[in-house]
Write a protein that binds this ligand. Structure first.
Ligand SMILES: [Zn+2]
Length: 184
């Protein structure tokens, strides 16, 4: 049976200064195991409010949670934006399904949204993949606005684009507000 020993090294006050921050150094009683280092606090409040990494940083949970929520919201909007983009692309290329792959690829190149070569496009078509899966439609936003207008979905598309930009900005803003401290 192996045994280990942990040494607690007090480093200074915790953020609320009711307790202390500690470095914990655990060593096994054999020569081949390296020591393990972790960090923590003896303060109940701060151990609830902060997360400690093993490399000497602590992160405020509430500030990180706020960022995670913004990121989730961004993903949600991005999913909705991509769904409308897929609809628009598939509607545009519906007429090309019966045409040779070379014709479809020429149209993708004309729009600057092609991402497959002819061989891969043929393979994708045989596998029943939709045009939306074989292009990078966001490479040509002007075109997307045009097809959205033709489909009567321009306000929806513009709204989602705006919501997406706002959500991204909010995620960035909150990521910059994550409170991290160096412990050691
Ligand atoms: Zn504290």
């Amino acid at each position: 049976m192996s045994t280990s020993e942990t040494v607690d090294i007090a480093l200074g006050p915790c953020p609320c200064s009711q307790g202390k921050l500690f470095k914990y150094v655990t060593s096994q009683d054999n020569p081949w195991s390296s020591v393990q280092i972790s960090y923590g606090t003896d303060c109940q409040r701060c151990s609830n409010e902060w997360s400690f990494s093993s490399y000497g940083t602590m992160t405020n949970n509430a500030s990180e949670q706020s960022y995670k929520e913004a990121y989730e919201a961004e993903l949600e909007i991005s999913t909705r934006l991509l769904a409308i983009v897929d609809d628009l692309v598939d509607a545009h290329f519906a007429d090309y399904a019966t045409k040779p792959a070379t014709v479809e690829l020429r149209e993708m190149h004309r729009l600057g949204i092609a991402k497959l070569n002819i061989e891969h496009l043929r393979k994708a078509r045989r596998a029943g993949r939709k045009p939306s899966e074989t292009v990078s439609a966001l490479n040509n936003l002007d075109w997307l606005y045009t097809v959205a207008r033709r489909a009567g979905r321009e306000p929806e598309f513009i709204g989602l684009r705006k919501a997406y930009e706002d959500a991204r900005a909010e995620t960035k803003r909150r990521s910059e507000k994550i409170v991290r401290r160096s412990i050691a």
